[in-house]
Design a protein around this ligand. Structure first.
Ligand SMILES: Cc1cc2nc3c(=O)[nH]c(=O)nc-3n(C[C@H](O)[C@H](O)[C@H](O)COP(=O)(O)OP(=O)(O)OC[C@H]3O[C@@H](n4cnc5c(N)ncnc54)[C@H](O)[C@@H]3O)c2cc1C
Length: 388
């Protein structure tokens, strides 16, 4: 497969991640999937090797790599058959603290995140009633003296039980009292050890994939004022600032998935003999794989285009969104082709195809759904009227 993927980029980095991931076989990932367990051993190994600190500047103990390198790390995890979603947010959630936090917050948290002694990989934005319409969130934080008192509810907040801190988006000024609906939202750091069972309850959600995700209930949770990030009321802007990085990194995971599916399916199609010929000799098997492969490579180029602009501090909203859209579609196309190529065996857990098939389906919906990306392109690139 190396001959046909873009293995020219960051070869040493890829080799290092492949070596680490090689210690965690399909059997390991099947086991954690079956048990709906957190891949502790894998995340520990990745943390100890320092890879999750890729985007933290060296002055705070990270390796200060660019988004392109960071994306390659996550790509290689998914390409190895694993699932970076268990820990990818540890890489980028800290970006909100880095870009908008106070000097004290940065000095206090970033070195610990870099060394792995503090996990900040939970991010509570989505709510049951607001859904994608983030400015309608109802969770509110009222300032009382040197504290904020938080009430409300979140849903789909991932990795809470494997985080020490969580970022929380809450309304600090009611929607009816702001000039623009994006005003009046604020971002907070929540110390989960202090909060759980003291104003915050956590209810795990059983899901189609092994993804530790939860409903959160806030009942007079107290947060010290010192945990407000940046300026009160500007949280929506801070949220948007982090999205391009997330889009590029998730696109890379999709590309990793896409290559995994195509590699597995091509191998199977060469070996499996039916009607006295390898099934891969039939164009009905070849063409879906070839088409998916072409689409993965096209998405890959858009990922690098977006990463290049991001690392040069140029605007990259369109490129980051297109990379995520194209890559999610390509990985899903590859997943379908791989499952079909495997015939009945695609449904057997031991081939890992059905697990990866479920995992890669998520990217059509989260962290941003395909429709919302199309709306972004229509409105911001094509200058069509906003549809909602
Ligand atoms: C496994 C998992 C993990 C997640 N982790 C997190 C997390 O850690 N933190 C967090 O905050 N959130 C998380 N999410 C939430 C995720 O970001 C949302 O599910 C996603 O953004 C969609 O929101 P929704 O589910 O409320 O869908 P809705 O907003 O209800 O939308 C439902 C469907 O309607 C479509 N739709 C809605 N409005 C429009 C429109 N105007 N035009 C066209 N189509 C439209 C959407 O595209 C979608 O397909 C997670 C979700 C999952 C499934």
């Amino acid at each position: 497969m190396d001959a046909v993927t873009d293995s020219q980029t960051f070869p040493e980095l890829r080799t290092a991640i492949r070596q680490l991931c090689g210690r965690f076989s399909g059997e390991y990932w099947r086991g954690v999937d079956r048990a709906r367990a957190y891949p502790e051993a894998f995340v520990d190994a990745l943390t100890e090797a320092g890879w999750l600190a890729a985007l933290i500047p060296e002055e705070y103990g990270g390796s200060g790599l660019g988004i392109a390198e960071a994306s390659v790390i996550l790509e290689e995890i998914n390409r190895s058959g694993g699932n970076a979603a268990a820990c990818h947010a540890q890489m980028y959630t800290m970006g909100t603290v880095l870009r908008h936090g106070s000097a004290r917050q940065k000095e206090r948290y970033l070195p610990k995140i870099a060394e792995g002694s503090l996990r900040l990989q939970a991010f509570a934005v989505t709510e049951p009633t607001a859904g994608t319409d983030t400015t309608k969130i109802r969770t509110n934080a009222k300032r009382v003296g040197d504290r904020y008192i938080v009430n409300g509810q979140k849903v789909w907040t991932s990795r809470v039980q494997h985080s020490d801190m969580m970022l929380l988006l809450a309304r600090t000024t009611p929607l009816s009292q702001v000039a623009r609906k994006t005003d009046g939202l604020s971002m907070f750091l929540v110390d989960l050890h202090a909060a759980v069972d003291h104003g915050l309850s956590v209810k795990p959600i059983e899901a189609m994939i092994n993804h530790e995700t939860n409903e959160l209930f806030f009942d007079d949770l107290e947060i010290p004022v010192a945990n407000l990030i940046g300026t009160e009321g500007k949280g929506f802007r801070y949220l948007l600032d982090g999205l391009n990085a997330e889009r590029i990194l998730i696109a890379a995971e999709c590309i990793g998935d896409g290559d995994w599916f195509i590699e597995r399916a091509s191998h199977y199609a060469r070996e499996r003999v039916v009607f006295d010929r390898p099934i891969g000799q039939n164009q009905g098997i070849q063409f879906p794989l070839a088409a998916a492969y072409a689409h993965v490579r096209a998405a890959d180029l858009m990922r690098y285009r977006a990463a290049e602009r991001f690392d040069a501090a140029q605007s990259c909203g369109a490129e980051a969104n297109m990379a995520k859209l194209l890559a999610a579609d390509a990985s899903w196309e590859a997943a379908n082709a791989a499952l079909q190529t495997h015939g009945g065996y695609g449904f057997a857990s031991e081939y890992d195809v059905e697990r990866k098939f479920r995992e890669t389906r998520l990217f059509q919906v989260a962290p941003i759904s395909t429709n919302l990306i199309l709306s972004y392109i229509a409105e911001h690139v094509l200058r069509l009227p906003r549809s909602f």
